[in-house]
Write a protein that binds this ligand. Structure first.
Ligand code: SF4
Length: 241
């Protein structure tokens, strides 16, 4: 049973070239200090029943192209494979957003053709990974490798801010995903954060970030993505990635 904390019924921006809805799973196994969605990460958002989600998806079959499954971290949910299978059976394309911490789940989803697009976060360079996420680098590298070597459409993305990353760090992160399709560097914006000390941390200036993106492109095509949308949901959750 997947623990669902939020649903955005229509999005034109979260799944490339598709009109999608977004399903937010409750809880995350990382605690990125800059995370915009503390309540979802802690799993304290009110649960939406699975049958309500499937009733909605059944109704919208002719209006939506895709479903984005995000979090929190979807791959820690028991039942995520079956859940995704049921969505695919309704004819939807599925995009998965993940922090890459469960390569075995990712592998199964890819091998069973249950996802059509995957967006994986890259949090930090190798030597700093545990500071941001507490996760072993081995699992992260396994997920990176799985994604790059699969035929699934994909992107990597990194929320970057001077309090955690310098230019060399970001370059090293790009090198970690060399051979991938694209990296989006996501600008950090002040607001509610998992670690309250990060609430008003400064962001990179756009010119500096553009310069860093240019350097990253030696390893992987790199673009900058702004983060200026606070997503309102009935369950009072915001997008956490
Ligand atoms: S940013 Fe993503 S991976 Fe990090 S704590 Fe928030 S939901 Fe989890």
């Amino acid at each position: 049973m997947v623990n669902i904390g939020g649903l955005i019924k229509t999005s034109l921006t979260d799944y490339p070239d598709k009109i999608s809805c977004i399903i937010f799973t409750n809880a995350c196994n990382f605690s990125c200090p800059y995370c915009y969605n503390p309540s979802l990460v802690r799993g304290s958002v009110k649960n939406i029943k699975e049958h309500e989600i499937f009733d909605f998806l059944e109704e919208r079959k002719n209006l939506l192209d895709g479903v984005v499954i995000t979090g929190g971290e979807p791959t820690i949910q028991i039942g995520i494979i079956e859940f995704t299978k049921k969505i695919k059976a309704l004819g939807y394309s599925v995009k998965l957003d993940t922090n890459g911490s469960r390569p075995e789940i990712l592998k199964e989803l890819i091998e069973k053709n249950l996802i059509d697009y995957v967006a994986m976060d890259v949090k930090a360079p190798a030597e700093k990974y545990s500071l941001v996420s507490g996760e072993s680098l081995k699992t992260i590298n396994e997920s990176i490798s799985l994604i790059i070597n699969s035929k699934v459409e994909h992107e990597f993305r990194s929320t970057v801010l001077p309090a955690l990353h310098n230019g060399s760090d970001i370059l090293a992160m790009a090198e970690m995903i060399k051979g991938g399709k694209i990296l989006f560097l996501q600008q950090f914006y002040s607001g509610e954060t998992l670690d309250p000390d990060f609430k008003n941390k400064p962001a990179f200036g756009i010119e500096e970030l553009m310069q860093i993106a240019g350097e990253c492109s030696q390893y992987i095509p790199t673009k900058i993505r702004g983060y200026d949308t606070e997503i309102k949901m009935g369950q009072d959750a915001k997008q956490g990635k």
